[in-house]
Ligand binder design. Structure first.
Ligand code: 4AD
Ligand code: MG
Length: 443
Protein backbone atom coordinates (compact mmCIF):
# COMPACT_ATOMS: atom_id res chain seq x y z
CA UNK A 1 0.00 0.00 0.00
CA UNK A 2 1.06 3.56 -0.70
CA UNK A 3 2.25 5.63 2.26
CA UNK A 4 0.32 8.72 3.30
CA UNK A 5 0.25 11.64 0.87
CA UNK A 6 1.94 14.64 2.49
CA UNK A 7 2.46 18.29 1.60
CA UNK A 8 6.03 19.57 1.46
CA UNK A 9 5.81 22.08 4.33
CA UNK A 10 6.79 21.61 7.96
CA UNK A 11 4.28 18.86 8.59
CA UNK A 12 6.24 16.46 6.42
CA UNK A 13 9.46 16.26 8.38
CA UNK A 14 8.98 13.06 10.32
CA UNK A 15 12.34 11.56 9.50
CA UNK A 16 12.65 7.86 8.80
CA UNK A 17 9.07 7.55 7.55
CA UNK A 18 8.00 6.63 4.06
CA UNK A 19 5.95 9.31 2.38
CA UNK A 20 4.28 10.04 -0.90
CA UNK A 21 4.58 13.56 -2.30
CA UNK A 22 3.41 15.47 -5.34
CA UNK A 23 4.94 18.61 -6.76
CA UNK A 24 6.72 20.36 -9.56
CA UNK A 25 10.42 20.29 -10.27
CA UNK A 26 11.74 23.63 -9.04
CA UNK A 27 15.43 22.87 -9.68
CA UNK A 28 17.33 19.84 -10.86
CA UNK A 29 20.96 18.81 -10.75
CA UNK A 30 22.25 15.67 -12.42
CA UNK A 31 25.38 13.87 -11.27
CA UNK A 32 26.92 10.61 -12.43
CA UNK A 33 25.13 8.29 -10.06
CA UNK A 34 22.62 10.63 -8.45
CA UNK A 35 19.93 13.07 -9.56
CA UNK A 36 18.87 15.77 -7.12
CA UNK A 37 15.70 17.74 -7.52
CA UNK A 38 14.04 20.41 -5.44
CA UNK A 39 10.33 19.77 -5.43
CA UNK A 40 7.79 22.57 -4.91
CA UNK A 41 4.10 22.32 -4.01
CA UNK A 42 3.13 25.75 -2.63
CA UNK A 43 3.48 24.54 0.97
CA UNK A 44 7.24 24.20 0.88
CA UNK A 45 10.24 22.76 -0.85
CA UNK A 46 11.84 19.34 -0.53
CA UNK A 47 15.06 17.89 -1.80
CA UNK A 48 14.55 14.55 -3.52
CA UNK A 49 17.39 12.17 -4.41
CA UNK A 50 17.19 9.53 -7.11
CA UNK A 51 19.89 6.89 -7.08
CA UNK A 52 20.60 3.46 -8.56
CA UNK A 53 18.38 2.42 -11.45
CA UNK A 54 15.98 5.33 -10.83
CA UNK A 55 18.78 7.80 -11.56
CA UNK A 56 19.42 6.02 -14.86
CA UNK A 57 15.79 5.82 -15.98
CA UNK A 58 14.79 7.75 -19.10
CA UNK A 59 12.23 10.00 -17.37
CA UNK A 60 14.68 11.08 -14.66
CA UNK A 61 17.56 11.59 -17.09
CA UNK A 62 15.38 13.83 -19.27
CA UNK A 63 13.55 15.51 -16.42
CA UNK A 64 12.87 19.21 -17.07
CA UNK A 65 12.00 21.98 -14.64
CA UNK A 66 8.31 22.48 -13.89
CA UNK A 67 7.47 18.89 -14.74
CA UNK A 68 4.95 17.47 -12.26
CA UNK A 69 6.01 14.33 -10.44
CA UNK A 70 4.81 11.94 -7.76
CA UNK A 71 7.54 10.49 -5.56
CA UNK A 72 7.52 7.77 -2.92
CA UNK A 73 10.44 7.31 -0.61
CA UNK A 74 11.98 7.65 2.80
CA UNK A 75 12.63 10.96 4.55
CA UNK A 76 16.11 11.29 6.03
CA UNK A 77 18.12 13.97 7.74
CA UNK A 78 20.73 15.57 5.46
CA UNK A 79 24.29 14.45 6.15
CA UNK A 80 26.45 16.93 8.11
CA UNK A 81 27.73 19.73 5.92
CA UNK A 82 25.06 19.27 3.24
CA UNK A 83 22.18 21.72 2.81
CA UNK A 84 18.55 21.11 1.94
CA UNK A 85 15.22 22.78 2.77
CA UNK A 86 14.20 21.96 6.36
CA UNK A 87 17.34 19.82 6.72
CA UNK A 88 15.80 16.75 5.23
CA UNK A 89 15.83 14.87 1.98
CA UNK A 90 13.59 12.33 0.38
CA UNK A 91 15.31 9.18 -0.90
CA UNK A 92 13.09 8.09 -3.75
CA UNK A 93 12.33 4.44 -4.28
CA UNK A 94 9.49 4.95 -6.73
CA UNK A 95 8.13 7.77 -8.89
CA UNK A 96 5.43 8.46 -11.46
CA UNK A 97 5.41 11.05 -14.24
CA UNK A 98 2.46 10.99 -16.59
CA UNK A 99 3.25 12.02 -20.14
CA UNK A 100 1.08 15.12 -19.97
CA UNK A 101 2.82 16.18 -16.72
CA UNK A 102 6.06 16.88 -18.60
CA UNK A 103 7.09 20.49 -19.03
CA UNK A 104 8.58 21.59 -22.30
CA UNK A 105 12.32 21.97 -21.95
CA UNK A 106 14.70 23.98 -24.08
CA UNK A 107 13.49 27.21 -25.67
CA UNK A 108 10.06 26.97 -24.21
CA UNK A 109 11.12 26.26 -20.66
CA UNK A 110 9.67 28.72 -18.19
CA UNK A 111 13.16 29.67 -17.07
CA UNK A 112 14.03 30.74 -20.61
CA UNK A 113 10.85 32.72 -21.02
CA UNK A 114 11.27 34.45 -17.68
CA UNK A 115 14.80 35.57 -16.90
CA UNK A 116 16.21 38.46 -14.89
CA UNK A 117 16.42 40.60 -18.03
CA UNK A 118 12.89 40.03 -19.28
CA UNK A 119 11.12 43.36 -19.79
CA UNK A 120 8.61 44.39 -17.18
CA UNK A 121 5.67 44.37 -19.62
CA UNK A 122 6.59 40.87 -20.80
CA UNK A 123 6.86 39.68 -17.22
CA UNK A 124 3.34 40.96 -16.65
CA UNK A 125 2.08 39.20 -19.78
CA UNK A 126 3.66 36.07 -18.31
CA UNK A 127 2.29 36.64 -14.83
CA UNK A 128 0.76 33.15 -14.84
CA UNK A 129 4.32 31.79 -15.11
CA UNK A 130 6.18 34.31 -12.96
CA UNK A 131 3.73 33.43 -10.18
CA UNK A 132 5.53 30.08 -10.06
CA UNK A 133 8.69 31.83 -8.92
CA UNK A 134 9.65 31.89 -5.26
CA UNK A 135 9.56 35.65 -4.94
CA UNK A 136 6.20 36.29 -6.60
CA UNK A 137 4.47 33.44 -4.82
CA UNK A 138 5.82 34.42 -1.39
CA UNK A 139 4.20 37.86 -1.69
CA UNK A 140 0.85 36.28 -2.55
CA UNK A 141 1.13 33.76 0.29
CA UNK A 142 1.92 36.58 2.75
CA UNK A 143 -1.09 38.42 1.34
CA UNK A 144 -3.33 35.49 2.26
CA UNK A 145 -1.97 35.52 5.83
CA UNK A 146 -2.47 39.27 6.17
CA UNK A 147 -6.04 39.14 4.89
CA UNK A 148 -6.78 36.32 7.30
CA UNK A 149 -5.22 38.30 10.16
CA UNK A 150 -7.46 41.30 9.43
CA UNK A 151 -10.49 39.03 9.69
CA UNK A 152 -9.23 37.60 12.98
CA UNK A 153 -8.41 40.99 14.50
CA UNK A 154 -11.76 42.50 13.51
CA UNK A 155 -13.47 39.53 15.14
CA UNK A 156 -11.45 40.14 18.31
CA UNK A 157 -12.65 43.76 18.27
CA UNK A 158 -16.23 42.64 17.65
CA UNK A 159 -16.66 44.14 14.21
CA UNK A 160 -19.02 42.29 11.92
CA UNK A 161 -18.21 41.52 8.31
CA UNK A 162 -20.68 42.61 5.64
CA UNK A 163 -20.56 42.47 1.88
CA UNK A 164 -21.68 45.68 0.12
CA UNK A 165 -22.39 45.76 -3.62
CA UNK A 166 -19.77 46.40 -6.29
CA UNK A 167 -22.30 47.81 -8.80
CA UNK A 168 -23.48 51.20 -7.57
CA UNK A 169 -24.96 54.53 -8.65
CA UNK A 170 -23.13 56.87 -6.31
CA UNK A 171 -19.56 58.12 -6.16
CA UNK A 172 -17.48 58.37 -3.00
CA UNK A 173 -14.08 59.68 -4.01
CA UNK A 174 -14.73 62.02 -6.95
CA UNK A 175 -16.15 61.65 -10.45
CA UNK A 176 -12.76 61.63 -12.20
CA UNK A 177 -11.94 58.02 -11.35
CA UNK A 178 -15.35 56.42 -11.89
CA UNK A 179 -15.67 53.38 -14.13
CA UNK A 180 -19.07 53.83 -15.78
CA UNK A 181 -21.07 51.13 -17.50
CA UNK A 182 -24.55 50.36 -18.80
CA UNK A 183 -26.58 48.65 -16.16
CA UNK A 184 -29.61 47.46 -18.16
CA UNK A 185 -31.11 50.85 -19.09
CA UNK A 186 -29.39 52.90 -16.45
CA UNK A 187 -25.96 54.32 -15.83
CA UNK A 188 -24.01 52.70 -13.04
CA UNK A 189 -20.45 52.60 -11.69
CA UNK A 190 -18.02 50.12 -10.25
CA UNK A 191 -17.70 51.02 -6.59
CA UNK A 192 -14.83 53.26 -5.47
CA UNK A 193 -15.35 52.45 -1.80
CA UNK A 194 -17.94 50.62 0.30
CA UNK A 195 -17.86 53.29 2.97
CA UNK A 196 -21.32 54.78 2.42
CA UNK A 197 -22.88 51.33 2.61
CA UNK A 198 -20.95 50.45 5.76
CA UNK A 199 -22.37 53.60 7.37
CA UNK A 200 -25.90 52.31 6.76
CA UNK A 201 -25.12 49.14 8.74
CA UNK A 202 -24.15 50.88 11.97
CA UNK A 203 -27.65 51.47 13.41
CA UNK A 204 -28.51 47.79 13.64
CA UNK A 205 -25.33 45.77 13.17
CA UNK A 206 -22.82 47.59 15.33
CA UNK A 207 -19.32 48.26 14.08
CA UNK A 208 -18.73 46.70 10.68
CA UNK A 209 -16.00 45.99 8.16
CA UNK A 210 -15.64 44.60 4.68
CA UNK A 211 -12.89 43.29 2.44
CA UNK A 212 -14.05 43.98 -1.08
CA UNK A 213 -12.69 45.15 -4.39
CA UNK A 214 -12.72 48.88 -5.13
CA UNK A 215 -12.27 50.27 -8.62
CA UNK A 216 -10.62 53.49 -9.74
CA UNK A 217 -10.22 54.60 -13.33
CA UNK A 218 -6.77 56.03 -12.56
CA UNK A 219 -5.20 57.30 -15.76
CA UNK A 220 -1.70 57.64 -14.41
CA UNK A 221 0.92 54.94 -14.27
CA UNK A 222 2.39 55.10 -10.80
CA UNK A 223 3.78 52.37 -8.65
CA UNK A 224 0.95 52.57 -6.18
CA UNK A 225 -2.19 52.93 -8.30
CA UNK A 226 -4.31 50.06 -9.54
CA UNK A 227 -7.63 50.13 -11.39
CA UNK A 228 -8.90 47.28 -9.21
CA UNK A 229 -7.64 46.83 -5.67
CA UNK A 230 -8.63 45.14 -2.45
CA UNK A 231 -10.05 47.60 0.01
CA UNK A 232 -10.23 46.79 3.70
CA UNK A 233 -12.77 49.19 5.18
CA UNK A 234 -14.21 49.60 8.66
CA UNK A 235 -16.83 51.87 10.17
CA UNK A 236 -17.26 52.54 13.90
CA UNK A 237 -20.21 54.05 15.75
CA UNK A 238 -20.28 56.52 18.67
CA UNK A 239 -16.61 57.38 18.54
CA UNK A 240 -14.42 60.46 18.62
CA UNK A 241 -11.64 61.24 16.14
CA UNK A 242 -9.06 60.17 18.74
CA UNK A 243 -10.87 56.85 19.18
CA UNK A 244 -10.61 56.35 15.42
CA UNK A 245 -6.84 56.94 15.43
CA UNK A 246 -6.33 54.63 18.42
CA UNK A 247 -8.40 51.89 16.79
CA UNK A 248 -6.49 52.18 13.52
CA UNK A 249 -3.13 51.93 15.27
CA UNK A 250 -4.30 48.94 17.28
CA UNK A 251 -5.66 47.11 14.23
CA UNK A 252 -2.50 47.63 12.18
CA UNK A 253 -0.17 46.51 14.98
CA UNK A 254 -2.32 43.56 16.00
CA UNK A 255 -2.56 42.41 12.35
CA UNK A 256 1.24 42.47 12.15
CA UNK A 257 1.52 40.49 15.41
CA UNK A 258 -0.94 37.85 14.22
CA UNK A 259 0.73 37.63 10.80
CA UNK A 260 4.23 37.28 12.29
CA UNK A 261 3.07 34.61 14.74
CA UNK A 262 3.10 32.08 11.90
CA UNK A 263 6.76 31.02 11.56
CA UNK A 264 6.54 30.21 7.83
CA UNK A 265 4.95 33.58 7.02
CA UNK A 266 7.41 35.40 9.28
CA UNK A 267 10.29 33.79 7.38
CA UNK A 268 8.75 34.79 4.03
CA UNK A 269 8.45 38.39 5.22
CA UNK A 270 12.09 38.40 6.36
CA UNK A 271 13.15 36.85 3.03
CA UNK A 272 11.30 39.60 1.14
CA UNK A 273 12.12 42.43 3.53
CA UNK A 274 15.20 41.64 5.64
CA UNK A 275 15.10 45.03 7.42
CA UNK A 276 11.49 44.69 8.54
CA UNK A 277 10.82 45.91 12.07
CA UNK A 278 7.57 46.14 13.95
CA UNK A 279 6.48 49.79 13.97
CA UNK A 280 6.96 51.68 17.20
CA UNK A 281 3.83 52.72 19.05
CA UNK A 282 2.39 55.26 19.31
CA UNK A 283 2.60 56.22 15.62
CA UNK A 284 3.81 59.73 14.91
CA UNK A 285 0.81 62.07 14.66
CA UNK A 286 1.22 65.15 12.54
CA UNK A 287 -1.32 67.73 11.42
CA UNK A 288 -1.53 68.66 7.76
CA UNK A 289 -0.53 72.25 8.66
CA UNK A 290 2.59 70.93 10.43
CA UNK A 291 3.39 68.80 7.37
CA UNK A 292 3.19 71.89 5.16
CA UNK A 293 5.68 73.68 7.45
CA UNK A 294 7.91 70.59 7.47
CA UNK A 295 7.90 70.41 3.64
CA UNK A 296 8.79 74.11 3.38
CA UNK A 297 11.64 73.69 5.90
CA UNK A 298 12.99 70.73 3.96
CA UNK A 299 12.75 72.50 0.59
CA UNK A 300 10.42 69.89 -0.85
CA UNK A 301 8.32 71.71 -3.49
CA UNK A 302 4.68 71.20 -4.45
CA UNK A 303 3.52 69.90 -7.86
CA UNK A 304 4.16 73.30 -9.50
CA UNK A 305 7.71 73.37 -8.17
CA UNK A 306 6.78 76.09 -5.65
CA UNK A 307 7.10 75.96 -1.87
CA UNK A 308 4.03 74.32 -0.28
CA UNK A 309 1.17 76.54 0.91
CA UNK A 310 -1.72 75.73 3.23
CA UNK A 311 -4.44 74.29 0.95
CA UNK A 312 -2.05 72.48 -1.43
CA UNK A 313 -2.43 68.81 -2.10
CA UNK A 314 0.57 66.91 -0.80
CA UNK A 315 1.36 64.98 -3.97
CA UNK A 316 2.74 61.47 -4.14
CA UNK A 317 6.39 62.47 -4.58
CA UNK A 318 6.44 64.97 -1.71
CA UNK A 319 4.51 62.62 0.54
CA UNK A 320 6.94 59.78 -0.10
CA UNK A 321 10.02 61.93 0.48
CA UNK A 322 8.59 63.10 3.77
CA UNK A 323 7.73 59.55 4.86
CA UNK A 324 11.13 58.23 3.82
CA UNK A 325 12.98 60.93 5.78
CA UNK A 326 10.83 60.53 8.91
CA UNK A 327 11.07 56.76 8.35
CA UNK A 328 8.23 55.57 10.57
CA UNK A 329 4.44 55.34 10.25
CA UNK A 330 2.75 58.73 10.35
CA UNK A 331 -0.86 59.62 10.99
CA UNK A 332 -1.27 62.78 8.95
CA UNK A 333 -4.44 64.51 10.18
CA UNK A 334 -6.71 67.52 9.75
CA UNK A 335 -6.62 68.09 5.99
CA UNK A 336 -8.32 71.22 4.61
CA UNK A 337 -11.97 70.85 3.61
CA UNK A 338 -11.27 71.77 -0.03
CA UNK A 339 -8.91 68.91 -0.75
CA UNK A 340 -10.98 66.18 0.92
CA UNK A 341 -14.18 64.27 0.11
CA UNK A 342 -17.68 65.69 0.69
CA UNK A 343 -18.56 63.41 3.61
CA UNK A 344 -15.80 64.42 6.03
CA UNK A 345 -16.68 66.00 9.36
CA UNK A 346 -15.23 69.44 10.00
CA UNK A 347 -13.04 70.06 13.02
CA UNK A 348 -15.17 72.09 15.48
CA UNK A 349 -12.07 73.98 16.61
CA UNK A 350 -10.93 74.97 13.13
CA UNK A 351 -13.63 74.88 10.47
CA UNK A 352 -11.06 75.13 7.68
CA UNK A 353 -10.02 71.53 8.28
CA UNK A 354 -11.60 68.10 8.59
CA UNK A 355 -11.30 65.31 11.13
CA UNK A 356 -9.41 63.23 8.58
CA UNK A 357 -6.40 60.96 8.64
CA UNK A 358 -4.04 59.42 6.14
CA UNK A 359 -1.65 56.77 7.39
CA UNK A 360 1.70 57.10 5.62
CA UNK A 361 4.34 54.38 5.49
CA UNK A 362 8.00 54.60 4.49
CA UNK A 363 8.57 53.51 0.89
CA UNK A 364 4.92 53.74 -0.09
CA UNK A 365 3.27 56.83 1.40
CA UNK A 366 -0.50 56.76 1.97
CA UNK A 367 -1.85 53.31 2.75
CA UNK A 368 -4.97 54.33 4.70
CA UNK A 369 -7.48 57.14 4.31
CA UNK A 370 -10.13 57.74 6.94
CA UNK A 371 -12.22 60.34 8.72
CA UNK A 372 -15.11 61.14 10.97
CA UNK A 373 -18.29 61.46 8.90
CA UNK A 374 -20.57 64.44 8.65
CA UNK A 375 -23.53 63.53 10.85
CA UNK A 376 -25.68 66.61 10.21
CA UNK A 377 -27.96 66.45 7.17
CA UNK A 378 -27.98 70.19 6.45
CA UNK A 379 -24.21 70.28 6.43
CA UNK A 380 -24.08 67.23 4.21
CA UNK A 381 -26.45 68.78 1.67
CA UNK A 382 -24.27 71.91 1.62
CA UNK A 383 -21.23 69.70 0.98
CA UNK A 384 -22.99 68.00 -1.94
CA UNK A 385 -23.76 71.44 -3.37
CA UNK A 386 -20.13 72.53 -2.95
CA UNK A 387 -18.98 69.46 -4.92
CA UNK A 388 -21.73 69.76 -7.54
CA UNK A 389 -23.11 66.36 -6.66
CA UNK A 390 -26.84 65.73 -7.16
CA UNK A 391 -28.00 64.54 -3.73
CA UNK A 392 -31.04 62.65 -5.04
CA UNK A 393 -29.04 59.50 -5.77
CA UNK A 394 -27.87 59.63 -2.16
CA UNK A 395 -31.33 59.51 -0.54
CA UNK A 396 -30.35 56.35 1.33
CA UNK A 397 -27.22 58.05 2.63
CA UNK A 398 -28.91 61.27 3.73
CA UNK A 399 -31.69 59.21 5.38
CA UNK A 400 -29.05 58.02 7.85
CA UNK A 401 -28.83 61.60 9.08
CA UNK A 402 -32.62 61.92 9.36
CA UNK A 403 -33.33 58.77 11.31
CA UNK A 404 -31.08 58.76 14.34
CA UNK A 405 -27.73 60.21 13.36
CA UNK A 406 -24.59 59.47 15.40
CA UNK A 407 -20.94 60.49 15.69
CA UNK A 408 -19.16 57.88 13.59
CA UNK A 409 -16.12 57.38 11.44
CA UNK A 410 -14.05 54.87 9.59
CA UNK A 411 -11.30 54.26 7.10
CA UNK A 412 -10.16 52.31 4.09
CA UNK A 413 -6.83 50.52 3.81
CA UNK A 414 -5.39 49.44 0.47
CA UNK A 415 -4.26 45.84 0.96
CA UNK A 416 -1.75 46.00 -1.91
CA UNK A 417 -0.17 49.14 -0.46
CA UNK A 418 0.02 47.59 3.00
CA UNK A 419 1.81 44.61 1.43
CA UNK A 420 4.13 46.81 -0.63
CA UNK A 421 5.26 48.30 2.67
CA UNK A 422 5.38 45.03 4.65
CA UNK A 423 7.15 43.03 1.92
CA UNK A 424 9.17 45.99 0.61
CA UNK A 425 7.88 45.71 -2.94
CA UNK A 426 8.64 48.51 -5.37
CA UNK A 427 5.10 48.46 -6.77
CA UNK A 428 1.62 47.41 -5.71
CA UNK A 429 1.43 45.52 -9.00
CA UNK A 430 3.51 42.77 -7.44
CA UNK A 431 1.18 42.57 -4.44
CA UNK A 432 -1.86 41.21 -6.25
CA UNK A 433 -2.44 38.09 -8.28
CA UNK A 434 -3.17 39.67 -11.66
CA UNK A 435 -2.77 43.45 -11.50
CA UNK A 436 -5.22 45.71 -13.31
CA UNK A 437 -4.14 49.24 -14.14
CA UNK A 438 -4.18 51.79 -16.95
CA UNK A 439 -3.54 49.80 -20.12
CA UNK A 440 -3.59 46.32 -18.60
CA UNK A 441 -6.49 43.95 -18.25
CA UNK A 442 -4.73 40.63 -18.93
CA UNK A 443 -3.97 37.84 -18.22
O1 4AD B 1 -8.15 57.50 0.41
P1 4AD B 1 -9.25 56.72 -0.27
O2 4AD B 1 -9.68 57.17 -1.60
O3 4AD B 1 -10.44 56.69 0.78
C1 4AD B 1 -11.65 56.09 0.57
O4 4AD B 1 -11.98 55.48 -0.41
C2 4AD B 1 -12.54 56.12 1.78
N1 4AD B 1 -13.95 56.20 1.32
C3 4AD B 1 -12.28 54.89 2.59
C4 4AD B 1 -13.12 54.85 3.86
O5 4AD B 1 -13.03 55.76 4.64
N2 4AD B 1 -13.85 53.79 4.06
O6 4AD B 1 -8.78 55.20 -0.39
C5 4AD B 1 -8.43 54.49 0.76
C6 4AD B 1 -7.18 53.68 0.51
C7 4AD B 1 -5.94 54.52 0.18
O7 4AD B 1 -5.32 54.99 1.34
C8 4AD B 1 -5.09 53.53 -0.56
O8 4AD B 1 -4.40 52.68 0.35
C9 4AD B 1 -6.11 52.70 -1.29
O9 4AD B 1 -7.35 52.85 -0.63
N3 4AD B 1 -6.24 53.14 -2.67
C10 4AD B 1 -5.68 52.52 -3.72
N4 4AD B 1 -4.88 51.45 -3.79
C11 4AD B 1 -4.46 51.05 -5.02
N5 4AD B 1 -4.81 51.67 -6.16
C12 4AD B 1 -5.60 52.77 -6.13
N6 4AD B 1 -5.94 53.37 -7.29
C13 4AD B 1 -6.06 53.24 -4.87
N7 4AD B 1 -6.87 54.26 -4.47
C14 4AD B 1 -6.95 54.17 -3.15
MG1 MG C 1 -6.83 59.01 0.16
Amino acid sequence: TDPAKVKLGNGADVKGTRVRVFGRVHRERKQKELVFITLRDGYGFMQVIFSGILAKSYDILTLTRETSIEVLGELREVPPGAKAPNNRELHADYFRIHDIWKAAGGEEAITNRVSKDTEHATLLDLRHLTLRGEHASKVIIVRDAVEYAFNQVYRELRLRKVSPPALVQTQVEGGATLFKFHYYNEEAFLTQSSQLYLETCLPSMGDVYCIEKSFRAEKSLTRRHLAEYTHIEAELDFITFDDLLDHLELVMCRVLEVTMADPVIKQYIIDLNPEFQMPERPFKRMKYSEAIDWLVEHNIPNEDGEPHNFGDDIAEAAERRMTDIINRPIFLTHFPVEIKAFYMQKDKEDLRVTESVDCLMPGVGEIVGGSMRMDNNEELLAAFARENIDPSAYYWYTDQRKYGSSPHGGYGLGLERFLAWLCKQHTVRDCCLYPRYFGRCKP
